[in-house]
Ligand binder design. Structure first.
Ligand code: NAD
Length: 483
């Protein structure tokens, strides 16, 4: 961590964080506290953008747009690769900030920054090609992809810099300029990314403004924004879609999930439970595509439960800078209270067994034991809602039709997984799951060149890959008659 953002012994960071507007630092007229979830106390101040600052950021992005859009993909790639290199140089500082504000273990925060560098590089290596659709002697008709304008990006608190990097890479490489608003729970690492960009990108191409939910709404309503890229909850996604409709902005919504994992009866119990456990409890369960429900054949139920319980009991929970910690706290008080409420509701369900965990840790901060729940009914909140925390319901099923019907019985459809030694059978089951991504024998992952997004209320549109890049561009048909 550089001296700039180093924390003192009490964990306080005295660094002055600033918005990035038109390539320059702008202070806040007012600020708000950022809480360290491992201590439940404030450790730094974040500037709170005013409406005038947002207007200036959007005006700067509009001014920068024509020249940036005119640059070739190769030129924009060079900028993004330079940006990636500068982020890599500040990896430790960024990761330490993420651990302070988000709570995840420091090695995982370092991996988030490595992923950020990779996304900036790999997404700007993807080629978007124009195509001739018809050339029949009468007409030559081709399709081209044009930059859209100014992208407004809004990010959540679970993977603050990693998720922002997908939006930055795709929007900028496609020839758009951007105004990015991070979550008020985890704004500082993203503000630092904005600061790093100032020496690299032309002024106005990339602006970062921090603030609360109202700032997000101003952004989605603003006439100067052409496209919204939103990652967050289903409830907010609906509001974003509504307020974007005033100017018919193009919208991508990456929302929540209630991902099922289905074990088939030939599953390798030890291997599958270990991977499913990581897929459920990574980032303290706060991953959109985390495993949120597990379905197990009746005859394997008890051994599978015991394997999960053993993993949960041995999982090391603690503050992100403590050595060997595998899971940090929940990220904020609101989420902690919500997850505790779901846990209390779970405990009240008739016949439920808590086979591991089930309690908050006796220390400051928003810590909860990794919790495994058995014999819960399908209509309990833990099963029907996205828990977004370290509690996993494990349910038994009679036959595959039963498992598939229950796995699909949800308003969400982000991802799912099937666990079996028979890969052909796994693919057959996968095809019957209503989810944007279905993995066989793994769960959780995001790749720069593979489209990602949800069925049903898990989202609108796809990001990543050629499909994702094209969603940041307007398709244009050019129709030329033969002479
Ligand atoms: P959230 O919806 O509460 O907030 C997300 C962002 O939206 C924040 O920056 C917030 O300030 C902003 N916001 C709030 N109200 C707004 C409004 N009316 N208009 C515009 N912006 C507004 O989500 P969260 O709690 O920060 O994140 C957790 C959720 O995100 C979970 O549901 C999770 O599944 C989802 N998520 C989805 C993906 C994905 O790729 N599908 C990835 C990560 C997280």
């Amino acid at each position: 961590m550089s001296t700039a953002t180093q924390a003192n012994a009490a964990g306080q960071v005295a660094y002055t964080f600033t918005h990035t507007i038109d390539g320059k630092a702008e202070a806040g007229e007012t600020s708000f506290e950022v809480i360290n979830p491992a201590t439940a106390s404030a450790f730094a101040q974040c500037p709170d953008a005013t409406r005038a600052q947002l207007d200036r950021a959007i005006a700067a992005a509009r001014r920068a747009f024509p020249a940036w859009a005119k640059k070739s993909f190769e030129e924009r790639r060079t900028y993004l690769h330079k940006f990636a290199a500068a982020v890599r140089e500040r990896s430790e500082e960024l990761a330490a900030l993420i651990t302070h504000e988000q709570g995840k273990p420091y090695p995982n925060a370092l991996r988030e920054i490595a992923g950020t560098v990779h996304s900036l590089e790999a997404m700007s290596n993807i080629e978007v090609k124009d195509e001739v659709l018809r050339d029949d002697g009468k007409n030559r008709i081709s399709i081209h992809f044009r930059p859209m304008g100014v992208v407004g990006a809004i990010t959540p608190w679970n993977v603050p810099v990693g998720l922002a990097s997908h939006k930055i890479a795709q929007a900028l490489y496609a020839g758009n300029t951007m105004v990015l608003k991070p979550s008020p729970y985890t704004p500082l690492s993203t503000l630092l990314v904005g600061e790093i960009s100032r020496d690299i990108l032309p002024p106005g191409v990339f602006n970062v403004v921090a603030g609360g939910n109202a700032l997000g709404q101003w952004l989605t309503e603003h006439e100067g924004i052409d496209r919204i890229s939103f990652t967050g909850s289903v409830a907010t996604g609906k509001r974003v879609m509504e307020s974007s409709s005033g100017t018919l902005k193009r919208v991508t919504l990456e929302l929540g999930g209630n991902d099922p994992a289905i074990m088939l009866d030939d599953v390798d119990i030890a291997g599958a439970t270990a991977k499913i456990f990581n897929g459920a409890f990574g980032n303290c369960g706060q991953i959109c595509m985390a495993v949120k429900r597990v379905y197990v054949p009746e005859n394997l139920y008890e051994p599978v439960l015991e394997a999960f319980a053993e993993l949960a009991r041995n999982h090391r929970v603690g503050e992100g800078f403590e050595p060997d910690v595998q899971m940090g706290p929940l990220q904020n008080k609101m989420q902690y209270d919500k997850v505790l409420d779901v846990l209390e509701d779970t405990k009240r369900q008739p016949g439920v067994r808590i086979v591991a965990g089930g309690h908050p840790l006796n220390r400051p901060g928003y810590f909860l034991e990794p919790t495994i729940v058995a014999d819960i009914k399908d209509d309990a909140r833990l099963v029907t809602e996205e828990q977004f925390g370290p509690i996993l319901p494990v349910m038994k099923y009679k036959d595959l039709d039963d498992a598939l019907a229950r796995a699909n019985d949800t308003t969400m459809g982000l991802a799912a997984s099937v666990w079996t030694k028979d890969l052909a059978k796994g693919a057959e089951v996968a095809a019957q799951l209503q989810a944007g991504t279905v993995w066989i024998n793994h769960h959780v992952g995001s790749e720069a060149d593979i489209p990602f997004g949800g069925f049903k209320q898990s989202g609108v549109g796809r990001e990543h890959g050629v499909m994702g890049l094209q969603s940041y561009m307007e398709p244009q048909i050019i129709n030329v008659p033969a002479q």
